[in-house]
Ligand binder design. Structure first.
Ligand code: FCB
Length: 423
């Protein structure tokens, strides 16, 4: 056997709103209509047409490209368009998509909450509404009941810290609260929502592994021996990743998540696996002249960025380091996203191969990594970036819906078919 265990999952990831199209009952649909909210003025619109029928062809293409798994999302606003009213036809559509995945011999990982909220939930305050966590639990239970026997792995929430940052600490994403208090409240509520979702799924979909997906950038001191840089990098890592990992490990919220230690009942070790979304490394420099950014700046060269979003510098070392770090929690790990904004496919081949080598290295160092999902299978609606940031192995023209595999799609196919050997 090589480095990668038999049965390793090789796939790509998507999220519901980014590929389905016509998701007109959620908070993002409304947000996209506000002038200036999406960099290029575009809308999700028909997205990649998955809901209308293109999901099957794209998933068949993924299978033909050697992939044996897919991470996809279900859209809450379709399945529960009004509070407590579940839509049978929408569940049937997901059942058909999941049946198709299975018929291709692929495993599925299904995310319940990937940034979007039904309009009715957003109207109540989204993740600052006290009832939100219980609603996610109820929704999860219903998904487990109606789809559970078709799902391989469940993910409760995608990247709580990123959603809290984009939607509650800043105005990048809905609901655009731009409030430190809302940021902390939303994070705490999402961790509670994760617990409620786990409990709901355990009732209705027993025996299926359940995980949560974290985005854990690699923050390193720009000048390795500079005490200010070291402190700033540590603090940023603790705020974005460390405190959440600590909360998942111990059940306790500690600063800066909460001023005094506070237990979230049921949170401790409430997961069967962890998902890591990894995009890059940030070199952190202490800067006394930058109070608005917490007295620190990111100074890494050749970063992957658009005008508004910085994904950091691709970093195989960082990917290995974060996997090894998360392995301390003692559960299986999946790379649930890793990729690069690169319409020309100039960087992706290297990022992809280096990423797979980085996972191999983490396995060699003892991390129990069971799968790698590239972000993304197809170009899709990249949130506030609209269609201007392209992450697909396969290019999509959102107007004609024509698919054109990038060279990386074949490179990845060779990796998948060879179970990661010989990269
Ligand atoms: C992640 C998101 C995913 C996509 C990629 C580029 O943070 O989970 O939906 O936007 O970034």
């Amino acid at each position: 056997m090589g480095t990668f265990p038999d049965g390793f999952l090789w796939g790509a990831a998507t999220s519901a709103h980014q590929v389905e199209g016509g998701n007109d009952r959620n908070d993002w649909w409304d947000w996209e209509a506000i002038p200036g909210s999406i960099v290029d003025g575009s809308r999700s619109g028909d997205a990649c047409g998955w809901w209308a029928g293109r999901a099957e062809a794209d998933l068949s293409m993924a299978a033909a490209l050697g992939q044996n798994a897919h991470r996809l999302g279900v859209e809450w606003s379709r399945l529960e368009p009004e509070e407590d009213r579940f839509d049978v036809a929408a569940f049937e559509r997901y059942a058909a998509i999941l049946d198709h995945v299975r018929s291709l011999g692929m495993a599925s990982m299904v995310t319940l909450h990937h940034f979007t909220l039904p309009r009715w939930a957003a109207a109540k305050g989204g993740w600052t509404w006290p009832g939100m966590a219980a609603r996610l639990g109820r929704f999860a239970e219903e998904c487990g009941r109606r789809l559970g026997d078709r799902v391989g792995l469940w993910v409760t929430i995608n990247e709580p810290s990123v959603l809290a940052l984009g939607g509650y600490a800043t105005r990048m994403w809905p609901p655009g609260r731009a409030s430190p208090a809302a940021y902390l409240a939303s994070l705490r509520a999402m961790l509670r929502g994760h617990v409620a979702a786990v409990q709901g799924l355990r009732r209705s979909s027993p025996g299926r592994p359940i995980g949560i997906v974290l985005n854990a950038p690699w923050f390193v001191p720009a000048r390795p021996d500079h005490p200010g840089d070291r402190a700033a990098a540590w603090l940023q890592d603790w705020s974005v990743t460390g405190a959440i990992v600590h909360a998942l490990d111990t059940g306790m919220l500690v600063p800066p998540l909460w001023p005094l230690p506070l237990e979230v009942v049921g949170l401790k070790r409430s997961f069967d696996f962890l998902g890591l979304n990894f995009y890059g490394r940030f070199d952190v420099r202490f800067d006394p002249g930058a109070p608005r950014t917490g007295f620190m700046r990111h100074v890494q060269p050749a970063t992957i960025r658009s005008d508004r979003v910085d994904w950091g510098q691709p970093s195989p070392e960082g990917l290995t380091a974060q996997l090894v770090r998360l392995s301390a929690l003692g559960v299986p790990l999946y790379v649930t996203e890793h990729g690069v904004r690169d319409a020309g496919d100039d960087l992706r081949p290297t990022v992809l191969k280096d990423g797979v080598r980085a996972v191999a290295e983490a396995i060699r160092q003892g991390a129990d990594v069971r799968g790698y999902f590239h972000w993304s299978l197809v170009d899709n609606f990249e949130w506030a970036e609209g269609w201007s940031s392209r992450f697909g192995l396969v290019e999509v023209d959102p107007v004609t819906q024509v698919r054109s595999p990038r060279p990386s799609a074949e490179i990845y196919a060779t990796i998948c078919r060879g179970n990661g050997e010989g990269v």
